[in-house]
Design a protein around this ligand. Structure first.
Ligand code: IFM
Length: 471
């Protein structure tokens, strides 16, 4: 079935044009978001939307293996079909264009483009060439992430991110992609959310490959960051005109009380979530407090690694979703203390826009060499239903408005933020939660693959149209 992108043509649906919902979203007149050079786009990731896992020579990834393992993913869902974007990409690009979105952040599936011996897979490469060329033709600014968690299974079979060799294989992959796709990518991100790959994948086992040991997490993180550092100069050499960066998810930790122990717990939470990644990248060293939290987990670091990891970046991608209220665990760590009576999303995550502003302004103080920032993901899951052809995702509309206001405040406080990508363009495979959690601004009916533009997307489109008209 074709995508239902026609909903957003020249006329908006009646409820939106009436004004009340539009007021809920539209940024105030003095918002920096009205500046035309502030990029507004949407993001997706390969395993979450593409499907076609056995087509055109794609090899298995760790997420194929993990999701096929009983008990790992809610309802036994897998990414085998997902949004069938591999076959529907043309209509999906039309949909993106019809919404007036200016940027698109996608990821490339490593197992689709290279075999175990490093030989390029032409059919897989051609998919991304067609997609990126079309986006360029349509005037969309393209952000491509090289690794959004779908590690080839054959590399995991040799130790995955616990094996230093994987970092060198990643640099080979970055070399191939930047030679093949040079000129079609405006910004390359090496990794998406290394915290999730290292901690959820190797530290607590909630994500693929499902290992659970803090020592594994710190070693996997080191190899991920090394992979990033090895790839950056390769990308620079092959595709000098594009920007090069990395994407980190960040978490706000707030203390449950004024006690020194709870303040320390909140500090340690942010060390574990933010400084673990940002310090090596921007200061060339791991934060020592991390090893107070996890004693005896120092990774093996070879001479020169930290210099490789901390080479200058053109941009830093920031993904933000929620805050965590924490208290001391009575030993050297923290424990979550969920707050009562606060607004939450379908994920159970607290809606806390101030956390985004506070973290960004804090980073500006902590890191003197903080690169320009793009908010590469922000959004929320809700249990969206299609009624009479519409999806009234009112909480998301308000969520987006409040988080965009936090971005505006951070910009006004002096943080160099250049753009914002909605997570996500469409509902998709939400990892261990399968298809139940809907993050899209476009609804996907997984039984028919019909796309329905949600009210939030209509309002973003309306804002972008107004902004363009004013320019
Ligand atoms: O869906 C994920 C995405 O893949 C990475 N960042 C967080 C999103 C929501 O959980």
């Amino acid at each position: 079935m074709a995508n239902d992108a026609s909903v957003v043509s020249d006329t908006l649906s009646p409820a939106v044009s009436k004004g009340s919902l539009a007021d809920l979203f539209t940024p105030p007149a003095d918002s920096t978001l009205w500046r035309k050079n502030f990029l507004l786009g949407a993001a997706t990731a390969s395993y979450q939307i593409e499907g076609a896992v056995n087509e055109d020579g794609r090899l298995p990834s760790i997420w194929d293996t993990f999701s096929a393992t009983p008990g790992k993913v809610l309802a036994g869902d897998t990414g085998a079909v997902a949004c069938d974007h591999y076959h529907r990409w043309e209509a999906d690009v039309e949909m993106l264009v019809s919404l007036g979105l200016e940027g698109y952040r996608l990821s490339i599936a490593w197992p689709r483009v290279m075999d175990a011996a490093g030989v390029p897979n032409r059919k897989g490469l051609d998919f991304y060439k067609r997609l990126l060329n079309r986006l360029k033709e349509k005037g969309i600014t393209t952000f491509a992430t090289l690794y959004h968690w779908d590690l080839p299974q054959h590399l995991e079979d040799r130790g995955g991110w616990l094996n230093r060799e994987t970092a060198y294989r990643f640099a080979d992959y970055a070399d191939l992609m930047s030679r093949e796709l040079a000129g079609t990518v405006d910004a390359w991100a090496t990794l998406n959310e290394p915290w999730c790959s290292a901690y959820l994948g190797y530290g607590n086992g909630h994500h693929a490959p499902g290992l659970a040991d803090d020592r594994f997490a710190t070693q996997a993180m080191h190899h991920l960051l090394l992979a990033h550092g090895l790839a950056v100069p390769v990308l620079r050499a092959n595709d000098p005109a594009s920007q090069k960066g990395i994407v980190a998810n960040i978490g706000r930790g707030t203390p449950n009380s004024d006690s020194a122990a709870d303040q320390r717990a909140a500090h340690l939470f942010e060390v574990q979530h933010n400084a673990w990644i940002l310090d090596p990248l921007l200061k060339g060293a791991y934060p020592q407090d991390l090893f107070e939290l996890w004693p005896g987990t120092e990774p093996l670091v070879l001479d020169g690694d930290m210099e490789t990891i901390s080479a200058p970046l053109d941009f830093l991608g920031i993904n933000y979703y929620f805050r965590t209220n924490v208290a001391s665990d009575g030993a050297h760590g923290f424990r979550d203390v969920p707050l009562e009576g606060v607004e939450r999303t379908q994920m159970g995550w607290e809606v806390y826009p101030d956390g985004l502003r506070d973290l960004l302004t804090g980073f500006k103080k902590t890191y003197h060499n903080l690169p320009p920032i793009y908010i590469t993901e922000n959004g929320m899951a809700s249990d969206d239903q299609v009624t009479d052809g519409h999806v009234e995702d009112t909480q998301r509309i308000s969520f987006l408005k409040r988080h965009l206001a936090a971005v505006d405040q951070a910009i006004k406080a002096g943080v160099d933020i250049r753009g914002y990508f909605l997570w996500s363009l469409m509902d998709n495979f939400e990892w261990a939660f399968g298809y139940e959690r809907r993050f899209g601004v476009v609804h996907v009916d997984y039984s028919t693959q019909k796309r329905t533009i949600k009210r939030s997307a209509e309002l973003v489109a309306k804002f972008l149209k107004e902004r363009k008209a004013r320019a």
